[in-house]
Design a protein around this ligand. Structure first.
Ligand SMILES: [Zn+2]
Length: 421
């Protein structure tokens, strides 16, 4: 076992990720450029664009796919509405919507032809009901044309669209194994200019829990409805530098038919080192002075050996599948992920990646999230050596996050259940 964190006499810091083996060097003299500032000069928002800034905005719901579920918040608290029809999209205000991705990473045909996957009865009933109304039919027809045009399929512009084309595209659309959770706001409620984006960290802790819980339910349902889903990847790309299509908060949930080489290695290692995640997670972070914040059931710390500066959140006392965790464990996880985003700020492009125990694995694997700050661009040196150069070492990441988090806690903008530092 290589020491994960070594400081050399000249100040160079060499990191080796204790789980993945990724090598990262932080070199003295290659100071970080300022980051976390708006990418452009602020432009005033046009009130006419309200709720119509991008295709994920609520004023443009017919530009996204037929909704699977939405979370609404009213006098009765937070609850799900499922299978809302096209005519009813504006009858309630969703705080979060769950929709199929229009262009999946793995298509319906991939699952159907390689694995014999068939839509569930519930998904078929939803499709029939949705296509049974005039607006629903028009909505799906428009989306079918977009999908067909994207792969240059003949007949995409036929008037009317052939019935067989509509049905084929609809089957794929309603039985997608790649889903998106979209938050309500594009900009914060009192925004006056276009730099005041609404990110994970500008949600309230309570809203962020609803976001996390809907994501976990969607993940559970993808496993349940597709027995060939070996893993369900959850991630969030924030801002275009991180791969996001829109500057509008959303998470992606993607079923895949493999665990991937890294997960397989970790599961193998767990057999001889069952406390691996705690040992190289919160315990190592505490030994090295990297803990950022903690709650009763989770801990956040600066990560070691990530390609980009990273904050990591681990559930510290639950090792089952995410939907088997208690409400308190999910709340504590969510509160720390929220706090890490709030401390990072909305102008830092980031990837949030979840890791969890899939149902097919019988080893203890806690729910974890890694929040990577995409503030540098990988170049030829990294490609050629597989050694990644970071401008910020984990202690500096921790210091920056803790300093900001103390201010946020003081202002009551993060959960009161959090202990900072
Ligand atoms: Zn938007």
């Amino acid at each position: 076992m290589v020491e994960p964190l070594v400081r050399l006499p000249d100040g160079t810091i060499k990191q080796v990720n204790p789980l993945t083996g990724t090598k990262v060097w932080t070199l003295p003299g290659r100071a970080a450029r300022p980051f976390g500032l708006p990418s452009h000069h602020p432009l005033p928002l046009d009130p006419d664009d309200h709720d119509r800034h991008c295709a994920f905005c609520w004023g443009r719901m017919l530009e996204t796919t037929p909704e699977i579920a939405r979370v609404i918040h009213d006098g009765d608290g937070w609850r799900d509405l499922r299978g809302v029809l096209a005519e009813a999209l504006d009858q309630t205000v969703p705080e979060f919507r769950l929709i199929p991705n229009l262009f999946e990473i793995l298509s319906y045909d991939y699952w159907h032809l390689s694995h014999g996957f068939e839509p569930t009865a519930a998904s078929q009933a939803h499709r029939t009901a949705y296509l049974g109304t005039p607006q629903g039919r028009e909505h799906v027809t428009t989306l079918a044309r977009i999908r067909m045009r994207a792969r240059a399929a003949a007949g995409a512009d036929a008037e009317p669209l052939a019935e067989e084309d509509l049905s084929r595209e609809a089957v794929g659309l309603f039985a997608g194994n790649h889903q998106v959770v979209i938050a309500r706001r594009h900009y914060v409620d009192d925004a006056t200019d276009d730099t005041q984006l609404a990110g994970s960290g500008t949600l309230t802790p309570e809203e962020h829990r609803a976001f996390t819980e809907l994501t976990i339910r969607a993940m559970r349902d993808l496993y349940r409805d597709n027995e060939c889903a070996r893993y369900v990847a959850v991630f969030q790309n924030w801002l275009s530098a991180s791969g996001a299509s829109f500057d509008h908060l959303h998470k992606q949930i993607v079923a895949i038919d493999e665990l991937g080489a890294q997960k397989e290695r970790e599961i193998e290692r767990l057999r001889t080192e069952p406390d691996m995640y705690a040992r190289w997670g919160s315990r190592y972070a505490a030994e090295q002075g990297l803990v950022v914040a903690s709650t009763e059931h989770a801990v956040a710390f600066a990560g070691v050996g990530h390609r980009y500066p990273a904050l990591v959140v681990h559930v510290s006392d639950g090792e089952g599948c995410p939907w088997e965790l208690s409400d308190e464990q999910v709340r504590d996880f969510s509160d720390l992920v929220h706090a890490c985003h709030a401390a990072t700020g909305v102008h830092v492009p980031s990837n949030e990646e979840w890791h969890h125990r899939p149902p097919s694995v019988d080893q203890p694997m806690p729910l974890r999230a890694v929040l990577k700050w995409r503030i540098s661009t990988l170049a030829g040196f990294e490609g050629g050596t597989k050694i990644y150069v970071n401008t910020i070492d984990p202690w500096t990441v921790r210091e920056r996050a803790v300093t900001r988090l103390r201010e946020l806690a003081e202002a009551g903008l993060v959960s009161s259940g959090i202990t900072v530092g």
